[in-house]
Design a protein around this ligand. Structure first.
Ligand SMILES: *[C@@H]1O[C@H](CO)[C@@H](O)[C@H](O)[C@H]1NC(C)=O
Ligand SMILES: *[C@@H]1O[C@H](CO)[C@@H](O)[C@H](O)[C@H]1NC(C)=O
Ligand SMILES: *[C@@H]1O[C@H](CO)[C@@H](O)[C@H](O)[C@H]1NC(C)=O
Length: 325
């Protein structure tokens, strides 16, 4: 009896060592060299993406992957510069993937092209292609994005097939829409899993592009999205955060966190006073260049204030991966 359970434990353990078919193979010649990035096409499709391979990449070591989806009207090149996921200072050890939308919009935006294969099919196929060609840790695949790209991370999480391949989800200034009646999307129906769906959102209180309280029409209030993910993770409907603390005084930044069904901090939110539709950063980024007055958390000089942004995101991902997978 005892031996049987030991054996089955060993079997489980070996399953959890996540190696993909790309493990042991050299980096394909059309891919960027370790430490650089390149724009590529997904074979047999009309879809493009940018790929970054970290300097530390080793073909025999399963490596985490960070997807980063651009905002409406932007593209994969701008998203690489905005999110800085190809910068070893913020991302020392992960592969970064910047998918390109078809027409500037991701599924969930009313302007997205919904014809199949749609953005969910593309994301699913792109991840499969990455697993076939690189050595990927399938338990540490993450999805992040800005604005419409942030909203799309939620669409991914809501799809049982695609969402279950990602460990955690994050959005900066997410643009959220009701997708229940949208062609190719439907209501939110994630696959059941014990680890839940870690969900993190950053939002400025003076964002006029994706207003934090919604726009009364198409865009949803951010609190509705946070509470919906808390409920998906086992909290009661309309649950208040378990904690909501000040992390910066000037400008005021509040960090709210939900514990649901024993999953500590499974949903988290940073509410940034005085910040607009901007990705906060320690490096002067495109959002800051476009609209410095609305991006008090986007300047080079405010280094100490801003560092939290990237650091929390990575700590969050690593916390979840070390605890749950
Ligand atoms: C949507 O995408 C399909 C397939 O890529 C294309 O044939 C069609 O013209 C696109 N529609 C619009 C409105 O851009
Ligand atoms: C989820 O995504 C997959 C892959 O794109 C797709 O085949 C499937 O139809 C989607 N499921 C729903 C319920 O939309
Ligand atoms: C956290 O507290 C602030 C007030 O200090 C409030 O504006 C905000 O809505 C709270 N966050 C959540 C998610 O309840």
């Amino acid at each position: 009896m005892r031996l049987t359970s030991l054996l089955s434990l060993a079997a489980l353990t070996s399953i959890s060592i996540a190696k993909t078919p790309g493990c042991g193979e050299d980096i394909p010649s059309k891919y960027p060299k370790a430490g650089s990035s390149e724009s590529l096409s997904l074979p047999n499709t009309d879809r493009e993406y940018r790929l970054y391979i970290p300097t530390s990449y080793d073909k025999n070591t399963p490596t985490p992957v960070y997807f980063s989806f651009h905002g409406a009207g932007r593209d994969m090149v701008e998203e690489e510069s905005l999110s800085q996921f190809s910068n070893p200072e913020f991302n020392p050890d992960g592969i970064a993937i910047y998918p390109n939308s078809k027409n500037g919009y991701w599924l969930s935006s009313p302007y997205a092209n919904t014809s199949r294969p749609n953005d969910l099919d593309f994301t699913n196929d792109l991840l499969t292609h990455m697993e076939e060609t690189l050595c990927i840790d399938t338990t540490r695949v993450y999805s992040a994005g800005k604005s419409n790209g942030g909203g799309f991370t939620s669409v991914i999480a809501c799809n049982a097939t695609v969402g279950s391949r990602f460990a955690a989800f994050a959005a900066v200034s997410g643009a959220w829409y009701d997708t229940a009646d949208m062609k190719g999307v439907g209501s939110c129906a994630p696959a059941k899993r014990d680890e839940g769906y870690p969900f993190l959102e950053f939002h400025g209180t003076v964002d006029t592009t994706a207003p934090i309280d919604g726009d009364g029409d198409a865009k949803l209030p951010v609190i509705d999205v946070l509470q919906a993910w808390a409920a998906q993770n086992g909290c009661a409907d309309n649950a208040q955060p378990t904690s909501n603390v000040t992390v910066f005084d000037d400008p005021l930044v509040k960090h709210a966190s939900w514990d649901c069904n024993g999953l500590k901090g499974i949903v988290q939110h940073y509410r940034e006073s005085d910040n607009g539709h901007c990705w906060p950063s320690t490096v002067g980024n495109d959002d800051f260049t476009r609209n410095a007055a609305q991006c008090p958390l986007g300047s080079l000089e405010q280094d100490e204030h801003n560092k939290y942004h990237h650091e929390y995101w990575y700590k969050y991902c690593h916390w979840h991966s070390s605890h749950k997978y």
